[in-house]
Design a protein around this ligand. Structure first.
Ligand SMILES: C[S@@+](CC[C@H](N)C(=O)[O-])C[C@H]1O[C@@H](n2cnc3c(N)ncnc32)[C@H](O)[C@@H]1O
Length: 508
């Protein structure tokens, strides 16, 4: 299974990007610098900006691959590089301005993680510096990078990383380039102790997985596209979700089915939690579905198309009007026109209590489960954000349960494995209300995984046929919570984002 075995370091992954200096490679370095600077100065998102800059600069093939590796690799390893750079500048790294700092990080990545000869890594980066920040600052970049290149990554880590037996969290944080608070939170979610001398083996595997390039997962929207059609466009079938395909390389936005809105980029764990909600057996009415926090509309699109196949309807709510617009876009062309969007605050809902049969709360969260795909996110979040997020998550889930009819089902989902945002939120809402029954989330996910989707002309999504059980067997290690009643996906175990699911039934 991909993602289970942690790869030692990033160096081996990049040997194909040889270190010649050609005009294309130099442009790739400038593209990476443009994105890194925008991330540092304007809080831009690399995954949104990079494709735009690549298109603007007309980069494709190996040069685009180099720009992508330089951008993502530098952002992922930023913590490690900053610690090394800090010892290579005469003053504090904090005093280096945000036009020059991305150049130093970019150079450090080529020197310490890529198979680029040191003299090319330095001269090519200094060349970019000269064009953008001027001769004087380029000389500074040159001097610092020469010091960085004096040792390889392991030699630097041997000097800088705290002794593992003394401070395992700080050691892992430096070696794998994560803030310490995130390492501690992830270790706790994995059930590993951080307050006693320990090797934190699984935490290390998870951090390693965060620094590897994930494959692009695609969703064939139910009733609108099939996995076979995505395969015909160059993808291969996904591992678990009956609607998933994966793309090894290439830009998914260029695929015909994606351009037409019949398919979309979506992690397999995200698909499975939405499918699990859509498939939980219900007694009685099953017509009204609600997605409380729907922007930008990934799960809403899946659910609305499922709903449309069984004459149910989805209401997709989103508090931010701009994001509600994205949801409307994602719902365009839904089977049986089964999706509607409303701008609404899920903590003060405009809908009637008890009106819905199935409810999804995909709550705003720290996003610690998607660190593979959003390489800058680990440096943006602070533990203090939990003080705002957790009360909001509790209110949203409380109101979501109130929105469900007695016997209706609620899925509480986060893209974070942090306990404060997952099991503890469910427990807090249960303590507030007396009408919640926990359903076995893993069983419902496995039942989704072991079934084949209906063919296009099948009238209802409930009519499913058994699929191979291999996929279900590969999904071990999913159970979370004191009795294993919740599901927690993990990048290093399942090759997916770390998505959490609690399935709750409102008691009759
Ligand atoms: C994790 S994202 C949802 C992702 C989405 N389900 C998808 O699959 O594409 C959380 C969303 O909740 C929205 N949100 C935050 N607070 C909200 C509130 N009080 N009511 C409704 N939506 C809210 C955010 O703007 C954000 O778009």
């Amino acid at each position: 299974m991909r993602g289970t075995v942690a790869r030692g370091d990033q160096t081996a992954a990049n040997t194909h990007l040889d270190g010649q200096r050609t005009p294309g490679r130099d442009r790739a370095r400038r593209v990476a610098y443009t994105v890194l600077r925008a991330v540092a100065q304007r809080d831009s998102y690399a995954n949104l900006l990079l494709p735009r800059v690549l298109t603007e600069q007309g980069l494709s093939g190996r040069d685009a691959a180099l720009a992508t590796e330089l951008t993502y690799g530098t952002l992922r390893n930023q913590g490690t590089y900053d610690a090394i750079l800090d010892t290579c500048v005469d003053r504090s790294l904090r005093s280096v301005d945000d036009e020059v700092l991305p150049l130093l990080r970019l150079g450090a990545h080529q020197l310490l993680a890529m198979a680029v000869p040191a003299h090319i890594a330095v001269s090519a980066t200094v060349n970019v510096a000269r064009r953008i920040v001027g001769q004087q600052r380029a000389r500074f970049v040159n001097a610092v990078l020469r010091r960085v290149g004096a040792r390889d990554r392991e030699a630097w880590l041997a000097i800088l990383a705290p002794d593992h037996s003394r401070d395992p969290v700080a050691g892992l944080a430096l070696r794998h380039s994560h803030p310490e608070w995130i390492v501690s939170a992830l270790a706790e979610a994995l059930g590993e102790q951080t307050d006693t001398p320990t090797d934190l083996t699984e935490t290390r595997h998870l951090l390693t997985a965060h620094n590897e390039r994930p494959l692009v997962s695609l969703l064939a929207k139910p009733g609108r596209a099939t996995v076979s059609e995505l395969v015909a466009e160059g993808a291969h079938p996904g591992r678990y979700s009956p609607y998933a395909a994966e793309l090894n390389e290439g830009d998914p936005a260029r695929m015909e089915l994606v351009r037409q809105g019949h398919a979309a980029v979506q992690d397999e764990a995200s698909q499975l939690v939405a499918l699990a909600l859509g498939r939980v057996p219900l007694h009685g009415r099953d017509q009204r579905w609600l997605d409380v926090c729907s922007g930008p509309g990934g799960k809403a699109a899946l659910l609305a198309n499922l709903a449309g196949q069984s004459s149910a309807r989805l209401l997709a709510a989103e508090v931010r009007p701009g994001r509600a617009g994205l949801v409307a876009e994602a719902l365009r062309g839904t089977v049986a026109d089964a999706g509607r969007v409303v701008v609404a605050d899920g903590t003060r809902p405009p809908w009637q209590a008890g009106a819905f049969d199935r409810v999804l709360v995909d709550a705003p969260c720290t996003g610690l489960g998607a660190l593979r795909r959003r390489p800058e996110a680990r440096w943006r979040r602070a533990p203090e954000s939990l003080a705002d997020l957790v009360p909001l998550q509790i209110d949203l889930l409380d109101q979501a349960v109130a929105a469900a009819r007695p016997g209706g089902v609620v899925a509480y989902v986060t893209c974070s494995p942090h306990r404060a945002e997952t099991t503890e939120v469910v427990a807090a809402v249960e303590a507030r209300r007396g009408d919640i029954e926990r359903l076995p989330a893993v069983d419902h996910i496995l039942s989704v995984v072991s079934h084949t989707p209906p063919s296009e002309d099948e009238p209802t999504h409930h009519a499913v046929q058994p699929r191979h059980t291999e996929q279900a067997q590969a999904l071990t290690g999913l159970a979370a919570g004191s009795h294993g009643e919740f599901a927690q996906f993990w990048p290093h175990r399942h090759g997916t984002d770390a998505i959490f699911l609690a399935l709750l039934r409102r008691r009759e």
